[in-house]
Each structure stands twice: as structure tokens, then as C-alpha cells.
Write a protein of this length. Structure first.
Length: 255
């Protein structure tokens, strides 16, 4: 009986709290102030950012539309021909990708940021996704599961659709054989290497010329910057050119 009375008192207290706080927050004066604040915030937002935000909302809704029509897309490719794609199973490479130890700076920065903060910019998500599914030829489901476990903004529809898109088996993957070059992507979107250096401090002393491809430094330059590839920082676990060609050959088997 005492337990029931305590529970009833608890519910009454919650009811009073909701009533009085709601009365304040939803008063006419407070509503007007809230609308003014939102209006002021909106004026400060860059128009391009508004467009991008709306585009992301569109992607979210498109993803849920796909999920409605393809309820198995969380684990099966929308394009059925990918059921025969020659994915590779390599637990070691998958673990290195998880932990940001692939030897590819922009990929490692993204994966370390993800594990540390639970978030990663959409551009970097595409880069690490392309590397996993095309350079490593690991099944997209590996990436989908890892993102869903680690992202604070993980979403069933967007996550599944995103991984199917980057791997090539999604509804709108055009062309499905597109392979991101992580060196060029890094040079374009992180030209000074600030992002890489924030999450891969091993490269802090490397000049921007080599920040996205440190393995191309000469022995003379490595000595100059007190750096040794393979010791100071991991050597790439795969050759980007060779694995790109391997991926293109794999795509031909299902074309």
C-alpha cells in the first residue's frame, strides 16, 4: 500500500510540474519571444546552408520511402545483381578500418573522429564508405552496422540507403562503380590538413604537400621532418591504384 501511495505522489508532482512549466513556456508573451528568437536565428543562417539542410531532409524522406518499398534493404541490396558480388571477408582489415589505422590519413581521421565523438561529416562518411566497400571490397553491411552502433545520429533509413549508395547497390547509385580517391578528396576538402592533424596527431609535423599521402615522402624528407612511414605512422594497408582496378574488375562480373 505504501508503495502505491508513493507512486501516486510521484505522479501528482510530475503533473504539477508539467502544468506550471507549461503555463509559463506556452504563455502568449513567451511564444512571441520564441518566434522572434527563431526569426533572428534564421536571418543569420547562410542561404547555401539552408539549401543543404533541406536537401538532407529530402534524403531522409527518400530513404524512408525506399525502406517502405524495400523493407529488407537494411541487409539486402536493392539491386539484386549485387547478391553475386564477390565481396571479400577480411577481419583484420575490417578491424583496422574500425580503429582508423588504415594508413590513409583522411580515412583514419574520419574513423577516429567517429569513435571519439559519435559523428562525422557527410563528405568523410562517403570517403570512408568508398574505401571500405571498394578499396577493401568488404561488404557494405559491415559499415552499415558499425555506423549504426557508433553514430549519435544513426538512422535506419538514411544509414541503410547511404551504405547501399556508396557501395553501388542502392536505388540511385549512379554510376554504381564510382570510386572515391581519398588522396584527391583530402586535398580538395582538407587542403591544409587541419582536419587530418586534429584526429591523426602522428602527422602534425608533415607539410601539407604530403599530409594526404605521407608514404610518398622521400627518405630525405622523412629524416628532415623526423618521420618514418611504417613507424611514425602506418603504411597504407592496401595500394589505392591496385585495389581500384580490382574493384572495377569485380563490378564487371555483375554487369
Amino acid at each position: 500500500m505504501l508503495k502505491e501511495i508513493k507512486y501516486l505522489i510521484f505522479l501528482l508532482l510530475i503533473g504539477f510540474f508539467i502544468f506550471f512549466t507549461g503555463k509559463y513556456y506556452f504563455s502568449d508573451d513567451n511564444k512571441k519571444n520564441s518566434f522572434r528568437s527563431l526569426s533572428n536565428i534564421e536571418k543569420k543562417i547562410d542561404p547555401e546552408n539552408k539549401k543543404k539542410f533541406l536537401a538532407e531532409l529530402g534524403w531522409r524522406d527518400f530513404s524512408y520511402n525506399l525502406l517502405f518499398h524495400y523493407p529488407d534493404m537494411t541487409h539486402k541490396p536493392i539491386q539484386s545483381k549485387f547478391n553475386k558480388f564477390p565481396w571479400i571477408k577480411n577481419a583484420k582489415n575490417l578491424s583496422l578500418w574500425h580503429n582508423g589505422k588504415t594508413g590513409i590519413p583522411i580515412v583514419d581521421a574520419g574513423m577516429r573522429q567517429l569513435y571519439k565523438t559519435g559523428w562525422m561529416h557527410n563528405r568523410v562518411r562517403m570517403i570512408v564508405g568508398s574505401f571500405l566497400t571498394k578499396n577493401l571490397l568488404l561488404h557494405w553491411k559491415n559499415g552499415e552496422e558499425w555506423f549504426f552502433d557508433t553514430l549519435v545520429d544513426a538512422d535506419v533509413g538514411s544509414n541503410s540507403a547511404g551504405w547501399q549508395w556508396i557501395s553501388g547497390c542502392g536505388a540511385d547509385a549512379s554510376p554504381y562503380f564510382r570510386i572515391f580517391n581519398p588522396i584527391l578528396q583530402g586535398q580538395k576538402f582538407d587542403p591544409d590538413g587541419d582536419y587530418v592533424k586534429e584526429f591523426v596527431p602522428e602527422l602534425n609535423n608533415i607539410p601539407k604537400k604530403y599530409i594526404h599521402n605521407p608514404w610518398e615522402m622521400s627518405m630525405e624528407d622523412q629524416k628532415k621532418y623526423n618521420f618514418e612511414i611504417g613507424t611514425s605512422y602506418l603504411a597504407p594497408i592496401v595500394d589505392l591504384k591496385e585495389t581500384r582496378n580490382r574493384a572495377l574488375s569485380a563490378f564487371k562480373t555483375i554487369s
